[in-house]
Write a protein that binds this ligand. Sequence first.
Ligand code: NAP
Length: 192
Amino acid sequence: MSTAAVERDSLIAHEDDLLLVTGASGFIGSRLVACLLDRGFRNVRCFARPNSEMTALGRLRGSESVHVVTGNLLSRNDCDVAMKGVKVIFHLATARDGKSYSDAFMNSVVTTRNLLDASLEHQCLRRFVNVSSLAVYTNKANPRGRLLDEHCPVERRPQSRGDAYCFAKVKQDELVIEYGGRFGIPYVIVML
Ligand SMILES: NC(=O)c1ccc[n+]([C@@H]2O[C@H](COP(=O)([O-])OP(=O)(O)OC[C@H]3O[C@@H](n4cnc5c(N)ncnc54)[C@H](OP(=O)(O)O)[C@@H]3O)[C@@H](O)[C@H]2O)c1
């Protein structure tokens, strides 16, 4: 086999594989969709809520490679439909209101659980790309002025920090790790 063929076989996703982007109408999601198309992916499913503001996706919606699926990730059924046949999910959807714990928990944690459960149903996922945040780390123990980065420990008591976003992202990451360990879902957590 040629080197190029070996390299191609080692890729997680090929150009025609079905990719799912949640939060596709959002700030980063819309840019990610553009990047995936630039890299030659031809089967990108974009998940958005029925009332999502779609201007960020703009002209990308007209591409033959982009298919918009509408629903709500709080619905297990909508997640089942969205995950069908998906090889790689880029999970970016997250609660927009960073102040309400209930909203953050519902739209970051419950939504993630629904997607993970749906992936177990379909059994074809090669990677769950969970987009997290540097907000999950704490630099409390660092000497004054030191950077907050991925070398810092994850907040151990996020419920006490007074930051609903941090709380929800810590819980979301824990859930992904738990499902990965218990059910063998291949995942990666990306810190932004
Ligand atoms: N932007 C940053 O600087 C930054 C920094 C660190 C980490 N991150 C992470 O990167 C990811 C993307 O961030 P972003 O700034 O692009 O977010 P964003 O612009 O706020 O977009 C969030 C997206 O999630 C969708 N969403 C929320 N709840 C949903 C639900 N129940 N069902 C379906 N969709 C739902 C929203 O849909 P609607 O349009 O309908 O509301 C929206 O499209 C997030 O996971 C975030 O934690 C971002």
